[in-house]
Design a protein around this ligand. Structure first.
Ligand SMILES: CC(=O)SCCNC(=O)CCNC(=O)[C@H](O)C(C)(C)COP(=O)(O)OP(=O)(O)OC[C@H]1O[C@@H](n2cnc3c(N)ncnc32)[C@H](O)[C@@H]1OP(=O)(O)O
Length: 539
């Protein structure tokens, strides 16, 4: 009952990291609460931790919440306290700047005693910022009836079984509350070593929006940072997983594997393999999946990394690079994406919102109409058998010659890209004359052509390759291998996304695409406005 109101009021004070130190009440008696207090690991702590992260996701999703476990241990090192859980203050990755408590003071005279006592206590446990201050939260609790386990009576809590070596596995993309619950629970259960298998390469192949998964090294770095804060006393081993088992089926020292409802079957498979390998089975400890109160219709009900990736669509993933030679008005978006990615549908939607759409496929066709200089060059390069009876270029025949043949395609693009680029510039100029403020350059191979100098931002439409092939076959009536050949002549999604400021995906229903595009458009308007304000103020 206290978690939600405490998190709500804490979220008003904290900007980035909220460390949670579990502590059984303050002792304001003689000398104040100076000595760190240890808490034995009990089953209820796991429930408390899970609720904390679940509430944090609902209430203060912008905060990096971390439950610290250094004071949770079976046996105090000594009962005197001085060399107990914190022989020296623990260094956290972000030094606390303010210590918060919901300790209920009896009268206002008590508040300075409480804050002094808290600061002293925090300083014993953690290396804090020298200007550490304290804040008494008034979380507006409803009268909480003291019930079975809140009344200060001695309650026998069920001890949590702990193990020397514990293992878990996962992708750990964009570390969220459900990951943290899994990691915190595993840390509670591990006394000596904690092995974490992190999915890499092959195991990521079938994930939703896999190109938006953080790089392996980044995921590992975040895990290390979190684990070093949470329980620095145990040994962490983070290993890449290229199959679903990793060390879990071969490490004789492992004793327990922590799973969720979803991965329980995987845990059972691990045990079968261990038995085959002549190793003892692992204890399977199952944690509950956390529900995501904010999940949208295309997202999973549980808190999941794929939902978080879906929410990135349409947002600014990295700031645009400055283009000092490009006038700010109109603001030019370079929209690109593989064949069949739905790029053109996005361009039309942006047009509907007020942008001027510049279709480069169309300009490409115009570039070698009879009479143009490109027309003659193309015939010279590819021969007159590419001509229709009316002497226009038969694009289907030309396409057959160039798609799938990098050298021939280059010969064509060397002729037409400069022509298309000058047509694009002409259209942008026209848009400016018409008083338009945003242009969308819809270009399939914008990045391959090195056209980033023409645009302020790069937006990428992405779609899984299998889906793109299906769409091309259906739309253009070509064979599957031809569709694949066309895709292979373009950059793969992952490479496009590396260069993207904004990513969009048309995998779902049209209204989902529309919502993404509207979101991207609204955020774009804010960026444009901000840029204009900065320019005005610097004049
Ligand atoms: C920098 C740019 O993005 S400019 C726009 C792309 N145009 C070019 O690169 C010019 C060279 N290409 C061409 O002249 C023509 O595409 C031809 C002659 C090869 C084929 O013409 P058509 O049969 O009419 O096909 P069309 O032009 O509609 O292109 C078919 C698909 O191939 C893609 N494509 C076009 N050029 C290229 C290329 N150079 N490399 C890879 N894919 C390309 C198109 O974007 C289109 O993709 P979509 O499925 O997403 O719509």
């Amino acid at each position: 009952l206290r978690i939600a109101p405490v998190l709500t009021s804490a979220a008003q004070v904290v900007e980035r990291t909220l460390y949670v130190h579990l502590h059984p009440g303050l002792n304001l008696g003689t000398g104040g609460q100076a000595r760190p207090v240890y808490i034995p690991p009990v089953v209820d702590l796991c429930t408390l931790i899970s609720r904390l992260y679940s509430n944090a996701a609902d209430i203060c999703g912008h905060l990096d919440v971390r439950v610290l476990l250094s004071n949770i241990r079976s046996q105090p090192a000594t009962l005197s306290g001085s060399s107990g859980p914190f022989p020296t203050p623990q260094k956290l990755s972000h030094s606390p700047e303010v210590v918060l408590t919901d300790f209920p003071i009896q009268d206002s005279g008590q508040s300075s005693l409480v804050t002094q006592c808290l600061q002293k206590y925090a300083g014993h446990c953690y290396v804090c910022n020298p200007s550490l201050s304290s804040v008494l939260l008034h979380p507006g609790l409803k009268e909480v009836e003291e019930d079975d386990d809140g009344g200060g009576r001695d309650v026998q809590l069920k001890p949590l079984e702990t193990f020397s070596d514990v293992v878990v596995g996962g992708t750990f993309d964009r570390l969220h509350g459900a990951h943290k619950t899994l990691l915190n629970t595993s840390c509670l259960m591990a006394n000596r070593r904690f092995v974490i298998g992190v999915c890499d390469r092959e195991l990521l192949k079938n994930k939703v929006l896999k190109e938006l998964i953080e790089p392996y090294d980044q995921r590992v770095e975040k895990l290390q940072d979190f684990l070093n804060d949470v329980k620095p006393s145990i040994k962490y081993e983070i290993v890449p997983l290229s199959d679903p088992f990793g060390p879990s089926i071969s490490d004789p020292e492992l004793q327990c594997i922590v799973v969720s409802e979803e991965t329980r079957k995987g845990g059972e498979a691990v045990n079968r393999k261990r038995l085959e390998n002549g190793l003892a089975e692992l204890v399977l400890y199952e944690i509950q999946l956390l529900k995501d109160a904010h999940h949208a219709d295309i997202e999973e009900e549980k808190i999941s990394s794929s939902s978080l990736r879906t929410r990135l669509l349409g947002t600014l993933l990295k700031p645009p690079s400055l283009q000092p030679d490009l006038p700010l008005d109109p603001y030019v978006i370079g929209l690109t994406g593989g064949s069949g990615s739905g790029k053109s549908s996005i361009a039309h939607r942006l047009e509907g919102l007020g942008a001027v759409r510049i279709d480069c496929d169309q300009l490409g066709h115009e570039a070698y109409l009879p009479g143009t200089s490109a027309y003659h060059k193309v015939i010279q390069e590819f021969g007159s058998d590419i001509l229709n009876e009316d002497k226009t270029i038969n694009r289907r025949v030309l396409g057959g010659k160039v798609f799938g043949n990098q050298e021939r395609l280059k010969a064509l693009t060397d002729i037409v890209w400069p022509e298309i680029a000058s047509l694009v510039k002409k259209r942008i100029k026209q848009a400016k004359e018409q008083g338009k403020h945003v242009c969308v350059v819809d270009a399939a191979v914008l990045l391959e052509a090195g056209w980033t100098y023409l645009v302020h931002e790069v937006w990428v439409a992405t779609i899984p390759e299998e889906e793109a092939v299906k769409r091309i076959v259906q739309r253009d009536g070509v064979k599957e291998e031809d569709a694949l050949r066309r895709l292979k002549s373009q950059w793969p999604n992952a490479k496009l996304i590396e260069h993207a400021n904004v990513v969009l995906c048309t995998l779902w229903e049209p209204d989902v695409t529309q919502r993404q595009v509207s979101k991207a458009w609204n955020l774009l308007q804010q960026r444009i406005q901000k840029r204009q304000e900065i320019t005005r103020s610097s004049l």
